[in-house]
Design a protein around this ligand. Structure first.
Ligand code: ATR
Length: 287
């Protein structure tokens, strides 16, 4: 679709940015809604990130997504931030307001939860504790989203225990009433007992990485299993869970759902995640 002089412009900022699937995603929604707008990739080096973000209103952009390695800098450069972005210490979505100020948001946890709710509609936060594997930035988003939704407790397991301890201590300040219990990585299989949800946020099982070493035999069959890895879509962990009869949720939907709030704010139309979008995006995954 060709653009008019009034076209609304948004972007994804990263370094590098060439791997980003976001232009494909927003491009699909723009075309489907027939919006006079565009969404472009911007490769910005770390030394220029602050200036680049401050230039967004001056250039008339509606806002931007921000990806690795700029998520922390984006939060710093914005004029104000949502609570969830502050809790994350990082932003993935910037919105230019009518007065030219910039609001930083973080929709990664939202995307995780929306994907979980749509893939496992019978799961409820009150169902029981969630086991989270991994303690990086992705784990932080997942844990915040689960605790905000009302999950009673988190069992956090990471190969490097000290990293899990540090994350748990930091998040405990925001969620004092919901325990984040750190367990031993070596005991991860027994710690699955009694949990209602298992989330893999480690890189294990990703294309090119070995599979996560984990037998699910202690996990209640009622538990939902989800992986934030989406290349491949069916990770060895999800394959095992599927064979045991668990409800499984793959990671692609998290990418799709995290993009919704930004699109709505920039282009004034609420996009939906459906099979047509999933199959469009699957054409680009792993390339
Ligand atoms: P992100 O910010 O995207 O979550 P990350 O910070 O690189 O990425 O975190 C990757 C996660 O995968 C970490 O929890 C990491 O564990 P460590 O903290 O011990 O490094 C986990 N991970 C990576 N390789 C692993 C392996 N071979 N076995 C178990 N966990 C692994």
């Amino acid at each position: 679709m060709s653009l008019s002089g009034k076209a609304k412009v948004a972007a994804v900022i990263g370094w590098p940015v060439s791997h980003s699937l976001s232009p494909r995603l927003h491009g699909f929604w723009l075309e489907r809604a027939g919006i006079d707008g565009t969404y472009i990739p911007l490769a910005v080096a770390p030394e220029h990130i602050h200036d680049a973000i401050r230039a967004l209103p001056k250039l008339g952009l509606r806002g931007a997504n921000v990806t690795v390695p700029h998520k922390e800098a984006a939060l710093q450069a914005a004029d104000q931030a949502t609570d969830r972005a502050r809790r994350m210490g990082a932003a993935n979505t910037l919105v230019v307001n009518a007065d030219g100020s910039i609001t930083a948001d973080n929709t990664d946890g939202y995307g995780f939860l929306e994907n979980l709710r749509s893939g496992a509609p019978d799961w409820t936060p009150a169902a029981g504790p969630a086991v989270v594997l991994g303690a990086g930035g992705a784990a932080r988003g997942v844990i915040c989203a689960l605790l905000e939704a009302g999950v009673p407790a988190i069992r956090l397991l990471n190969r490097t225990r000290a990293r899990a301890e540090a994350l748990a201590a930091d998040l405990a300040r925001h969620f004092p009433a919901q325990p984040i219990e750190v367990g031993e990585w070596e005991q991860r299989e027994t710690l699955l007992a009694g949990s209602a949800l298992l989330v893999n946020t480690t890189t294990q099982g990703m294309h090119g990485q070995p599979a996560l070493e984990l037998s699910l035999s202690a996990l209640p069959l009622s538990a939902v299993v989800t992986d934030i890895v989406y290349v491949p879509l069916l990770t060895p962990l999800l394959e095992q869970a599927k064979q045991r009869g668990h409800v499984i949720v793959d990671g692609l939907g998290m990418l799709l759902h995290q993009a919704r709030p930004g699109f709505t704010a920039w282009f004034g139309s609420e996009p939906i995640v459906d099979e047509a979008l999933r199959s469009h995006m699957l054409g680009f995954v792993g390339r």
